[in-house]
Design a protein around this ligand. Sequence first.
Ligand code: C2E
Ligand code: MG
Ligand code: MG
Ligand code: MG
Length: 292
Amino acid sequence: HSKILGGNNYKFFTSCMSRSLEERVNLERDLHSALKNDELVLHYQPQIDSQTGHVFGAEALIRWEHPKRGLIPPNQFIPIAEETGLIIPIGEWVLRMACMQAEEWNRKYDHPVHIAVNLSIKQFVNNDIVKTVERTLHETGLDPEILELELTESIFLENTESMISTLNKLQKLGVRISIDDFGTGYSSLSYLKDLPIDSIKIDQSFIRDLCENKKTASIISAIITLAKNLDLKSVAEGVETPEQFNYFKMEGCDLVQGYYFSRPLPANQIEALLDRTEWGAGTMNNNFATVK
Ligand code: C2E
Ligand code: MG
Ligand code: MG
Ligand code: MG
């Protein structure tokens, strides 16, 4: 037994470790030049008003078009960007691209097309975030009310003076603040009454569990009711089936987002969906949900 664990297994283990370490080092090296090599792209996923069936806007989601590895999802490189500090220039790029795109859409369509942008905690605690947002709005000409900044709930664990002041300054600019992945952050709910928050996005894990677990349905209802009573918008993300869509529509969740409506797509492919006004459960037969 001990012979098995020694020798070969040990070598196998270390070679696996060093391979993933090597991969990580390579990714980090490549990420340094990704921005200037134009390898980063934004995809957009529509957010639909559950009651009217109209498109409310879209969430911008970053991807890395790696010349050798193909499309890399954010979960594989955003953590590296955060550790290396690259998240600051990358985040500024995301914000500028998303605002430019939204401004173009708002000129093109006669209904507002809102844009949601994810901010990492590293960007948020950076002193310049308020200035960066202000400058970006100014340079792109985007109406601040069109922009929503998504912050994961874990950020609110740090209920510090400087965080509260940053949120208040952002709100003064006229942008909206949304809590992403709500229900997973183990934070107290008291921040909901003290901070200038506009909407909450119910975490996908609840939606996935919705049909199997009655208790999950109760939690979701409670979150939607809580949002309503606090005058916050509620958003369901990760909606994949007509049953899930109907559930959120019935419960009065304001916005829905997920593969059932569309996967995140490049800007030119999402445009066909932005004009669409009928996102009803019965009208989804020739939908775009299967577009990869
Ligand atoms: P998130 O902000 O919670 O985004 C939702 C994620 O769920 C996205 O994954 C989206 O593609 C995926 N999704 C949407 N609908 C469905 C569905 O119906 N089913 C399933 N299974 N998944 C669905 P994605 O694009 O891989 O992004 C992952 C995370 O990476 C995001 O989670 C966000 O936290 C982060 N991220 C993405 N773009 C950026 C960015 O520009 N900046 C920062 N700081 N983080 C970003
Ligand atoms: Mg998000
Ligand atoms: Mg998230
Ligand atoms: Mg989320």
